[in-house]
Design a protein around this ligand. Structure first.
Ligand code: NAD
Ligand code: TDX
Length: 339
């Protein structure tokens, strides 16, 4: 029976990934979820899991001893590494945790995965490591230079390069995935889509950075999770794979679509000061992944957005729980009442 170690499994994509694995394999696999439960980690996301072969370890990947106790006496076949500090705006305010978790935490995980001889290590990275595109440039391919522009993307680029170096130096079985902007259930309401849905429901202002013309390539989280699972099985060691949703859109169009679904007025939109170093456009060419594995995104943005908005409307208790405590204190300190 295959044994998976999933890091960051209580977060947005990690939790969806564990649910995707269980839907596909049921009790036929063993899953160990390592997560230290930062503000972004929430075990509620996994409350539907019933498998006796699912195990949670509250563990900080920055602490090598803690992490080693999870590896000891367990021969993991596959490590899927999601754990990270993931929000660009937070990294602009203070990059310390980003370097500690995304770079040093990844180093711990790489060393232990090497020492305990895992068969496969999938490092979940991001399109942001490639930097930014002009409107008429072709989408990023895997051959694009690494040119990160935010402390967040620089920390992810650093971890990508570490993975690459372990492959070259030690023959380590690492693969890197780089995905575009995800949306779907369980996303913390600091990211564009859930923040706008939550604010609109409460008739609060929707803070759009700059003119709202920055472009992102949106992918439903389930399509991302299926891509990562496919890459863990079929991907080639030492390679990087782009994952994208084929749904490029300016932010303002996304925000207006949300207002339309919720039947709220566009007067809620408030144009606010732009993000520092704001990348203008991301777009992903995922031909390599599709050619090698047959994976394609299945969910259209229209249907995926409608389902996602409905999920937030139907789960106010989830939003209330994550918006209390640390999250609110953080944003009230940084932005006053605006968010
Ligand atoms: P998230 O912030 O929702 O979740 C991150 C999870 O990691 C949380 O559960 C948190 O508790 C955990 N974590 C953080 N620091 C930790 C530590 N030191 N030790 C153990 N656990 C820790 O993030 P997400 O949006 O689910 O992103 C997951 C991964 O996917 C990240 O590596 C991110 O860079 C990457 N990614 C995200 C997107 C996106 O659109 N959200 C797109 C491409 C790639
Ligand atoms: O309040 C907002 N107003 C706004 O206009 C927020 C939170 C965002 N934005 C803009 C900034 C971006 O152009 O919306 C766009 C999307 O912003 P985020 O949701 O913060 O995502 P982004 O910065 O694009 O990064 C995301 O995609 C790549 C994830 O947060 C990363 O973890 C992932 O690597």
């Amino acid at each position: 029976m295959k044994k998976y170690l999933v890091t960051g499994g209580a977060g947005f994509i990690g939790a969806n990934f564990i649910l995707t694995l269980l839907e596909k394999y049921g009790d036929g696999i063993e899953i160990h979820n390592v997560d230290c439960l930062t503000y972004a980690g929430n075990l509620e996301n996994l409350k539907s899991v019933k498998s006796p072969r699912y195990h949670f370890h509250k563990c900080d990947i920055r602490k090598r001893d803690e992490l080693e106790s999870v590896f000891r006496s367990r021969q993991f076949d596959c490590v899927i590494h999601f754990a990270a500090e993931s929000h660009v705006d937070r990294s602009i305010l203070d990059s310390t945790a980003f370097i500690e978790t995304n770079v040093l935490g990844t180093q711990n995980l790489l060393d232990l995965s090497r020492n305990y001889e895992v068969d496969r290590f999938v490092h979940v990275s991001t399109d942001e490591v490639y930097g930014t595109l002009s409107m008429d440039a072709p989408p990023f391919t895997e051959a694009h230079q690494i040119e990160p522009n935010s402390p967040y993307s620089a920390s992810k680029a650093g971890s990508d390069l570490l993975v690459r170096s372990y492959v070259e130096t030690y023959g380590f079985p690492g693969i890197i995935t780089r995905c575009s902007n995800n949306y779907g259930p369980f996303q913390f309401p600091e990211k564009l889509i859930p923040l706008m849905v939550c604010n609109a429901q409460e008739n609060k202002a929707l803070p759009v950075y700059g003119k709202g013309d920055n472009v992102r390539d949106w992918i439903h989280v389930t399509d991302h999770c299926k891509a990562v699972e496919t890459i863990a099985r079929k991907g080639r060691v030492g390679e990087a794979y782009n994952i994208g949703g084929d749904a490029e859109m300016p932010n303002i169009d996304v925000v207006k679509s949300i207002l339309k679904i919720l039947d709220k007025p566009e007067t809620l939109i408030e144009y606010v000061t732009d993000r520092l170093g704001h990348d203008f456009r991301y777009a992903m060419n995922h031909d390599k992944l599709t050619r090698e594995t047959g994976w394609q995104p299945q969910m259209t943005f229209e249907k995926g957005l409608e389902n996602t908005v409905k999920w937030y409307v139907d789960h106010p208790e989830w939003t209330d729980s994550v918006r209390s405590g640390a999250y609110m204190d953080y944003y009230q300190d940084q932005y006053g009442e605006k968010k």
